[in-house]
Ligand binder design. Structure first.
Ligand code: ZN
Length: 447
């Protein structure tokens, strides 16, 4: 496989995605060390690296900008942070892990007793070797996170504390990769870029979205695609506030994240529950033969919360492996490069590629020969020797011919027949070539 130039059409099996899964893993490894937050240089550095792989347009939204009920916050950047004991030893050191500092910590330089210090420390007693990931975006505060084992080892002492951060007027950064298709109707792919050194949440989503954009860039596209790389929550809210006039063109959407762990693929329905993307994802995941779960919408999770808020109610679902808070390592230092694997990323990429191919390839047709079955054998579409039942492709031909009345889409037929969408798509193409189908003039409803 040419690893530099792979269209969606070439990602037809799990094996076709193996090399891209490894490449996605390498990208996760590259962006993993960066200290990201909802604003700041970490986001920009990450987008620089994404932008080396796909064409990106970057947007900077100034601090203080009103976005619905929220405001874009001050920009946060950090250079160093530590806690030293009286001997000068760094007992907590940001240079060893950026998870050690509560994200958005205000600048601090103080001397504290152990009791005063402890009030600022976060650990996970049930997992004494893991550093928790904590944030304080909207309440000025500071703190450190550390292994509980290290916390318990702290002795009575005077501790010197330094957080060399800045919280200043700046901007919130997000970026888009827009890939126009034959139709202006869009598929929105949204992934958050605001977590520091956590591999599954959210480096895996960034890497998968990047690979998908690369593959789509080399594909024929019926629909247009807009990939948004943005901080979570405030970034999604900001994007919606700035694009409110454009959301009507979103025909389908997917929030991507948590795509590298060993958990089963999990699709979370949009709030609508019956959007084409919901039906497509459910059909594709079930037909791929991979472990999967389809879960209903709930108003907690990732940025589907914003896209599916009642004022928008967009057809946007979410694809993860384990869901947020659905694995013990979630939001801890154990969400590292050993939790994820190229094979899981490859499988996630495969699933995403097939869902997008089915969204892109859906269509509604009319049989030109609806009175009795047309004779497929004389058109080279049916095996010459009778007596045996139809093979999978012939089965698909019969379903498409029987159901294509100008109103039912290929997705409708896939759901009714349980024949995988890809096989129906190939059958429809063969029937179109043979003149046995025509495209229905009725526009398929996008949602
Ligand atoms: Zn998270």
């Amino acid at each position: 496989m040419n690893r530099e130039n792979v269209s969606l059409e070439k990602l037809k099996s799990r094996e076709d995605c193996t090399a891209l899964g490894e490449r996605a893993y390498e990208f996760v490894r590259e962006i993993f060390p960066i200290c990201r937050s909802i604003t700041g240089e970490g986001v920009r550095q990450t987008l620089d690296l994404v932008g080396q792989r796909i064409p990106l347009t970057r947007y900077e939204v100034p601090s203080g900008t009103q976005v619905f009920d929220w405001q874009v916050p001050l920009e946060w950047n950090i250079r160093d942070a530590w806690v030293k004991d009286s001997s000068g030893r760094r007992v907590i050191d940001f240079q060893k892990s950026n998870l050690h500092v509560v994200s958005y910590s205000t600048p601090v330089r103080e001397s504290l007793s152990l009791a005063e210090l402890r009030a600022r420390l976060h650990s996970i007693p049930e997992h004494p070797d893991w550093i928790p990931y904590r944030t304080s975006y909207y309440k000025p505060n500071w703190g450190f996170c550390l292994r509980d084992r290290d916390l318990q080892a702290l002795r009575e002492d005077r501790y010197e504390v330094c957080i060399d951060s800045t919280l200043c007027a700046g901007s919130l950064t997000y970026a888009e990769c827009y890939l126009p298709g034959a139709s202006a109707q869009e598929v929105l792919i949204f992934t958050h870029v605001c977590h520091p050194s956590l591999a599954n949440d959210n480096a895996s989503g960034i890497a998968i979205a990047t690979e998908l954009a690369r593959a789509l860039g080399d594909s024929q596209r019926a629909l247009s695609y807009r990939f948004v790389f943005s901080p979570g929550t405030i970034g999604a809210i900001t994007w919606l506030a700035r694009n409110e006039h454009n959301v009507g063109r979103i025909a389908h959407g997917l929030v991507l994240g948590l795509l590298g762990d060993p958990g089963p693929l999990t699709y979370k329905m949009s709030a609508r529950g019956d959007a084409t993307v919901d039906r497509t994802a459910a059909h594709v995941l079930q037909s791929l033969g991979l472990p999967n779960r389809i879960v209903p919408f709930s108003p907690y999770g990732y940025d589907e919360r914003q896209f599916c808020s009642p004022g928008f109610n967009l057809p946007v679902g979410r694809l993860t492996r384990s869901p947020n808070e659905g694995y013990p390592q979630y939001h801890t230092s154990a969400d590292d490069l050993t939790l994820i694997a190229g094979e899981h990323l490859a499988e996630s990429l495969y699933a995403c590629a097939r869902v997008l191919a089915a969204l892109d390839g859906n269509g509604t047709y009319r049989s030109t020969s609806p009175k009795c079955e047309p004779q497929l054998g004389k058109r080279g579409l049916y095996r010459p020797t009778g007596g045996k039942g139809p093979g999978p492709f012939e089965h698909a031909l019969l379903w498409v011919l029987n159901q294509s009345n100008g109103e039912r889409s290929l997705l409708d037929i896939a759901e009714r027949s349980a024949v995988p969408f890809d096989v129906l798509r190939s059958a429809a193409d063969a029937l179109l070539a043979a003149g046995l189908l025509t495209e229905s003039v009725m526009e398929a409803s996008p949602t």
